[in-house]
Design a protein around this ligand. Structure first.
Ligand code: FES
Length: 97
């Protein structure tokens, strides 16, 4: 299969459906394991775009009911960060590009 025929599931990390299915078949059957193995869900959208699709694939391939597939743990910043500071960091990043 060439790259144009592949279905991209995680656009942020450029991970295909085929890669996710292969990971499940290799024994990575939880969202946490697949996230650690392929970096899905670690992109800019933090998994909002791909996690539902990955949950569907896990359910299809393992037969596990979708409600039994637990979301990966969320790790907020260690210390509270003012929202204004995040805006300044984002603006600084835009200037550097
Ligand atoms: S689509 Fe997967 S992290 Fe954004």
């Amino acid at each position: 299969m060439n790259r144009e025929e592949e279905t991209i599931i995680c656009f942020c990390e450029d991970v295909t459906e085929e890669e996710i299915v292969q990971a499940i078949e290799e024994g990575y059957t939880t969202l946490k394991e697949i996230k650690q193995h392929l970096r899905v869900g670690m992109g800019e959208c933090q998994g909002r775009g791909c996690m539902p699709q990955i949950m569907r694939l896990i359910s299809q391939k393992t037969g596990k009911h979708r409600e039994l597939i637990l979301p990966p743990s969320v790790r907020p910043p260690i210390v509270p960060v003012p929202v204004g500071l995040l805006g300044k960091i984002a603006k600084r990043g835009e200037k550097e590009e």
